[in-house]
Write a protein that binds this ligand. Structure first.
Ligand SMILES: Nc1ncnc2c1ncn2[C@@H]1O[C@H](COP(=O)(O)OP(=O)(O)O)[C@@H](O)[C@H]1O
Ligand SMILES: [Mg+2]
Length: 268
């Protein structure tokens, strides 16, 4: 595979960039000197063990958590110093799929997806209806308007949450462990949906995951979190770099998968 300037995530414009980030909760230092980036229009996968700071990284990007020091830039804007009002403006560029879906249990799927539109736009009922149905259809859900979240299967719930995360037309989509708890067919389904959103809408997507196979398949860029630092690069770069920590981290299966992806992705 030959990487051109246009397609090389390492040279593409950083849509999200963290630099020299330090963050501790009491004596628990989560990030010592975190540097990582998510290129515009690409899929970046954040990998790390439990407690390595994956969710915290997404919260930093979403402006839900401030670092103790360092810089967090989203769409060219430094968000660390922003007040609530400006943060709200930046957050409107960001869709978030939280761990475990986080739909409201007591209202219908339709109302869950409609909620951001009702809260943040002046759209009338007809526009809301058409927008909600468009988004539900785009994640393969029909005839679920009246159902409560508790009446959907795990895979359908995740897709409904995804519909809600994109209903405001974000330019950046943050997904915290979107594959967790799903069986393999549903993992593939969510993976395919995220890939399609990236290709068709040009969404910049940042996904945290334990799911190594998916990560190697769909990640243009990987960020490995370890001991408060990050090692980043394309799957092929990380594998080719031969850093023993990376190989240990990714495991031999993933290294083999990356080698395969590198050879097979031309023209895909
Ligand atoms: N609000 C918080 N208060 C105290 N500790 C926190 C808070 N959020 C996260 N942590 C700690 O930060 C570390 C990283 O957490 P997290 O980002 O949730 O990890 P991951 O998502 O990789 O499992 C953990 O040790 C966690 O206990
Ligand atoms: Mg987490």
């Amino acid at each position: 595979m030959t990487a051109s300037i246009e397609t090389d995530p390492a040279t593409g414009e950083a849509h999200v960039e963290l630099d020299s980030v330090r963050l501790a909760f009491g004596r628990r230092v989560v990030f010592r000197d975190l540097r990582c980036r998510a290129p515009r229009g690409r899929v970046t996968i954040v990998l790390g063990g439990s407690g390595s700071g994956k969710s915290t990284l997404l919260r930093l990007v979403g402006g839900l958590q401030r670092p103790d020091a360092g810089s967090v830039r989203v769409a060219g804007e430094e968000v660390t110093g922003l007040g609530e009002r400006e943060l709200t403006r930046v957050r409107r560029k960001i869709g978030m799929l939280f761990q475990n879906g986080a739909l409201l249990d007591s209202i219908s799927i339709f109302e869950n997806v409609a909620l951001p539109l009702r809260e943040h736009t002046a759209k009338d009922e007809l526009e809301i209806e058409s927008e909600v149905h468009r988004r539900l259809a785009s994640v393969g859900l029909d005839d679920v308007d009246e159902l409560l979240p508790g009446e959907l299967s795990g895979g359908m719930l995740r897709r409904a949450a995804l519909a809600r995360a994109i209903v405001m037309d974000p330019e950046i989509l943050l997904c915290d462990e979107p594959f967790s708890g799903l069986d393999p067919p549903n993992v593939e389904r969510i993976e395919a949906l995220l890939t399609r959103l990236n290709r068709e809408l040009g969404l910049t997507i940042i996904v945290t995951s334990h799911h190594m196979a998916s990560s190697m398949r769909m990640g243009d860029q990987l960020v490995l979190l370890r001991d408060g630092f990050a090692v980043g690069g394309t799957p092929a770069e990380l594998v080719a770099g031969g850093d023993p920590r990376v190989v240990e981290f990714l495991g031999s299966d993933a290294v083999a998968a990356a080698a395969g992806a590198g050879a097979g992705s031309v023209g895909s």
